[in-house]
Each structure stands twice: as structure tokens, then as C-alpha cells.
Design a protein around this ligand. Structure first.
Ligand SMILES: *Cc1c(COP(=O)(O)O)cnc(C)c1O
Length: 430
């Protein structure tokens, strides 16, 4: 009896254009028709369950149907679901901005609201350029990103993204950015990467507005991890040459790497911009935030309207999303980072036995990844399909398998995950 399941799949094929999907592969890889979620588990319309090992594209922090989160949204729904943030303000947005600012010790005390990660990237790029322009440096209009970086897929964000499959088709449309060698802990090349950045900034700083970076982990590149020392070096270089630094914490923020902001581990001065999205609402509402400094903010302060930052989105500062984000911050105020440390150790222990079979088993907090040597063609697709048979929802990137699970890892869960990943690997490589 698979009628309900197949009928939803058929209707979806007809009417829904799925993201990040070659629709012609939908017959080979039919979308799972998900009926509901509970904790780390997703249930399909036939009642089969799957562990959401990638937190539904890295957004879900506390599992599905989290009661405190849902209660916060429901309470806000009955009070004020939405009001525009130009000409009006409201408690959930103000409180969220204050709390995030406090988490940077006030260094990033001005918060602009966006709708999703890509819009946060657009906002930061525009603010960086416009603030230089307002200060009489209109020539500082070039952007710098790292090799294999991912910052989203709208045209501006794609201009600072270096993932070929997403970028190449649109290359003629994109802004010309500088793409600089990136650090990779597997290669131990942090010093060379900083030297390459120094060479570029020394030559072009007068034309460069900002450098954008994914702190500690380049996610879409295949969970490429590198040392916090690189960030400290990058902060020093961008200060030396008078260039803004944007920390894109859309994926790595909210406790994912062991600290609330991944940046904290660098022990460097704060960046000029810090971006949050994905986990900030725990996988419930679309929201992003751009945090910036007094200095950037001051560049827009004028009686002249056109020197202001006139950017907006219809749902800017949506109260429901802000209420969800405030409920997420409540969890961190109540010790979530300590819980994460214990959970990360459980993952380390459970996956240790795999290290002899795979290469570069690596981990940064609640992100664990490894590479599969000599992976067969279409490995990611095959692994994803086989994993479903082991109650696991997971989407490798190329030949890199990674877990970025909800913060709900007890000993049994860690053992289940290691067992399911190992069994899937055995199936796929058999
Ligand atoms: C996901 C992601 C984005 C884009 O966010 P969307 O909400 O998908 O637009 C930008 N930067 C990083 C590092 C991301 O992981």
C-alpha cells in the first residue's frame, strides 16, 4: 500500500520545482513525502521514520515539534504576527537585536533584519560598499571571497560563491570578485592562504570593500575545516589594509561549532559584519540578521535620505520569526553550549571506529565529516538512497559524508547514527 506516498510524489513532480535538484532525476530519487516530525525524526506518509542527520539543511537545532519554540510562536501569533519595521517597531525585534548585540559585548550593536541567508549576504555587501562610498571612498567596490566558498545563490551572493555547480551557469551575470586560496585543515595550508590574501590586499586594497568568509567550516565546500588562527590572521590583515571583514555565520553560528558564534574561537577582534540565519529560529521561520559596528552604522548617519541604507524586505523583522529566535536564545542562556560539548564527545566516540575505513574523519563541535576514498560515480545520490533504508536522512556532498544533527544526541542516538552510517557505507561500497 504505497498509494498515498506515490500520489504525493507524483503531484509534487507535476507542480513543485524542487530546489537544488535536477528534476529529471526525480524518478531515480523520488522526494520523501514527509507527514510530520518529532524530535530528530521525520515520518513519511506511510509511517516510516528517518533521522534528520543534516537538520533539514542545517536549520533545525532542537528537533522537530519543539514545544518551547512552538509555544513562543503561538503566543506571538495571537499578539502580532506581522507589522512593517519602517515607521514601526516591536518588542520581539528590539529584544532580539539587544540580545545578539550583548553576545558580542556590544561590538556589533546594530542589527539589520533580512529574510534568508542570501538576503543577509546581499545586505552586508551593500552596506560595506555604501559605507565606504559615504566616507568618500567610492572606489572601494570589489569583493573578496575564498576558494570553494558558499554564501548563497542570489546574484550578489553567488558573486562571492565559488562552488562550480551553483555558479558556472550564471557566471556571465555575476560581479567580478576576487577568489583567494582558502585554508584547509586537511592540507595544513593556513599560512599559505594568509600569504595569498596579503598579496591581494597589498595590491588592491584601494579598490576592495570587503572580504567575506565562513568561519571555521566551509560548509557547502564539503565541511572543510580549518584552524581559528586563520581567522585571527585574516582579521589582522583586513585591519592593516583598511578592508571590511564579513563573517558569514549563517551555517556555523548558534552553537554549531562549540561556541555561540564560531568567531569567538578565533580570539580575534570582532569582524565588521556578522551574519546569522538558518539555526537562529531553530528550523521554524525564515529570518536572517546582519550585525555590524558603530563605525559602519555612523557612515550612514545624515540628514540626507540617500546616504541612509534604504534596503528593505516585506517581512523585515517579522515578529513571529523574532519570537522564535528569542526562544532559541533562551536555550543558549540556559546552558545549551555545555550540553553540546557533551553531545559532540558522544559523536566523537561513536564514530572513532570508522577512522580506519575512511579518510579525514574530522569534527568541529556538532559537525562531523569524513571523505570516502575511491567513491563510485553518483556516490552522494546512492548513499542518500541507501541511507533511507537504514532510517537515515542524509545528503553527502560529493564524496564527503557529514552529519550536522539536531542538538539531541544521547549515547543511544550516537550509536544509532554510527551504525546506520556504517551500514550504508557497507551497502554502497559493496
Ligand atoms: C545556507 C547558507 C547561505 C544562504 O542561506 P539561504 O537561506 O539558503 O539563502 C549563505 N551562507 C552560508 C554559509 C550558508 O550555509
Amino acid at each position: 500500500m504505497t498509494s498515498r506516498m506515490t500520489s504525493l510524489q507524483d503531484r509534487s513532480r507535476q507542480a513543485v520545482w524542487h530546489p537544488c535538484t535536477q528534476m529529471a532525476r526525480l524518478d531515480a530519487v523520488p522526494p520523501l513525502p514527509i507527514a510530520h516530525g518529532e524530535g530528530p525524526w521525520l515520518f513519511d506518509t506511510d509511517g516510516n521514520r528517518y533521522f534528520d542527520a543534516n537538520s533539514s539543511w542545517w536549520v533545525n537545532l532542537f528537533g522537530h515539534s519543539d514545544k518551547p519554540l512552538h509555544d513562543a510562536i503561538k503566543a506571538q501569533l495571537d499578539t502580532l504576527p506581522h507589522v512593517m519595521l519602517a515607521g514601526c517597531t516591536h518588542e520581539p525585534a528590539v529584544r532580539l537585536a539587544e540580545r545578539l548585540s550583548a553576545r558580542t559585548g556590544g561590538a556589533l550593536g546594530h542589527v539589520f533584519f533580512g529574510s534568508d541567508g542570501a538576503s543577509a549576504v546581499e545586505i552586508a555587501l551593500k552596506q560595506s560598499f555604501h559605507s565606504w562610498k559615504n566616507r568618500g571612498h567610492a572606489d572601494k567596490r570589489e569583493f573578496v571571497c575564498l576558494k570553494n566558498s558558499y554564501h548563497g545563490e542570489t546574484l550578489g551572493a553567488l558573486s562571492v560563491t565559488d562552488v562550480q555547480v551553483f555558479r558556472d551557469a550564471y557566471d556571465p551575470l555575476l560581479l567580478r570578485s576576487h577568489i583567494v586560496a582558502s585554508p584547509d585543515g586537511r592540507l595544513g595550508n593556513e599560512a599559505e592562504a594568509l600569504a595569498a590574501m596579503r598579496a591581494l590586499l597589498a595590491e588592491r586594497y584601494a579598490s576592495i570593500a570587503c572580504v567575506i568568509v565562513e568561519p571555521l567550516v566551509q560548509g557547502a565546500a564539503g565541511m572543510v575545516m580549518y584552524s581559528p588562527g586563520y581567522l585571527k590572521g585574516l582579521r589582522e590583515l583586513t585591519r592593516e589594509f583598511g578592508v571590511h571583514l564579513i563573517a558569514d555565520e549563517i551555517a556555523v553560528g548558534c552553537g554549531r561549532t562549540g561556541s555561540f558564534f564560531a568567531w569567538e574561537q578565533s580570539q580575534a577582534d570582532w569582524p565588521d559584519f556578522l551574519l546569522l540565519s538558518k539555526g537562529i529560529t531553530g528550523g521554524t521561520m525564515a529570518l536572517s540578521l546582519v550585525l555590524t559596528t558603530d563605525d559602519v552604522f555612523a557612515a550612514f548617519w545624515s540628514e540626507d535620505v540617500t546616504r541612509g541604507f534604504l534596503h528593505s524586505h516585506s517581512y523585515t523583522g517579522n515578529p513571529l520569526a523574532c519570537a522564535a529566535a528569542n526562544a532559541v536564545l533562551d536555550r543558549f542562556d540556559a546552558g545549551q553550549l555545555d550540553a553540546n560539548r557533551a553531545q559532540a564527545e558522544r559523536l566523537t566516540r561513536a564514530f572513532a571506529p570508522l577512522s580506519s575505513r575512511v579518510s579525514h574523519l574530522r569534527q568541529r563541535g556538532m559537525i562531523l565529516a569524513f571523505d570516502v576514498p575511491e567513491a563510485p560515480p553518483r556516490f552522494a545520490e546512492a548513499f542518500h538512497l541507501k541511507a533511507r533504508e537504514h532510517e537515515l536522512l542524509i545528503r553527502p556532498i560529493g564524496s564527503t559524508v557529514y552529519l550536522m544533527p539536531p542538538y539531541l544526541i544521547d549515547d543511544a542516538t550516537a550509536a544509532f547514527l554510527a551504525g546506520a552510517v556504517t551500514a550504508t557505507l557497507n551497502d554502497v561500497l559493496a
